[in-house]
Design a protein around this ligand. Structure first.
Ligand code: C5P
Length: 233
């Protein structure tokens, strides 16, 4: 199974993003484009980064009625991204429609990953604002199972949840995990973190790493360190 380090390119402009990627003259990193960069740079930034030879995780977290999500996914699929995502909270009909929209005429499609409960949502907020009274762990595993039953490829989760997701959904169900920090690094606003080596041990399939690479003095060296710790290369 392909494991990789995905760099979260949380920059506000195309120029900053391309200047950052220009530093990588050897191995082309897998790149995550989130809402900020996509809304600033549009589909053009996706095409440009793809043309430079990078794999792309387009992190737009779709959540709408099934027909709208299906049509939006068809557009994203034409952009030739490698991975995209949605909120499992959109329910099973939405996830099934998304897969249909994403699948190209030749039967190929980008990987489709579900967000379960956002890590910014805790038990208290879930009960108070969403009126969901089950334990949050149970909710996360239930959403993961729903995603799997709809044919999705995996979930975004904390590295601390990756082992349990694999126990519940099997080893082939992908875990894409942000919240990764070097042992000697700054945690920033992330609270529950793991090192790349720990994420590897617990079975994360893809780690999403932003500031430990993008804000490093030497981003290429930080990326190589991540690859070494996570892939053991
Ligand atoms: O800079 P840092 O390594 O914290 O970046 C992590 C990336 O993963 C950011 O793009 C952030 O939005 C994203 N993310 C996260 N936690 C989640 C889901 C996504 O940190 N639960």
């Amino acid at each position: 199974m392909a494991k990789d380090v995905i760099i979260a390119c949380d920059f506000e402009s195309k120029e900053k993003t391309l200047a950052f990627l220009d530093k990588f003259t050897g191995r082309k990193p897998y790149v995550k484009i989130g809402m900020e960069l996509f809304y600033a740079g549009g589909p053009e930034i996706v095409r440009e980064i793809k043309a430079r030879g990078h794999k792309i995780f387009l992190d737009l977290k779709l959540h709408d009625i099934p027909n709208t999500v299906k049509k939006a996914m068809a557009v994203l699929s034409k952009l030739d991204v490698d991975m995209c995502n949605l909120h499992a909270g959109g329910t099973k009909p939405m996830m099934e429609a998304a897969l249909v929209g994403l699948t190209r005429e030749d039967g190929t499609r980008p990987l489709l990953i579900a967000v379960t409960q956002l890590t910014s949502t805790d038990q208290e907020a879930m009960e108070r604002d969403l009126l969901i009274h089950e334990p949050i762990d149970k909710v996360v595993m239930h959403y993961a199972k729903n995603a799997q039953e709809c044919g999705l490829d995996g979930v975004v989760c904390s590295p601390l949840e990756a082992g349990k997701v694999h126990d519940v959904c099997g080893e082939k169900f992908l875990t894409v995990t942000p919240g990764v920090r070097f042992a000697d690094g700054d945690k920033g606003d992330q609270k529950r973190v793991m090192t790349p080596a720990e994420a590897r041990k617990i079975g994360s399939d893809y780690i999403v790493v932003g500031r430990p690479i993008t804000a490093a003095e030497d981003p290429v060296a930080a990326y190589e360190r991540c690859i070494k710790e996570f892939l053991g290369e």
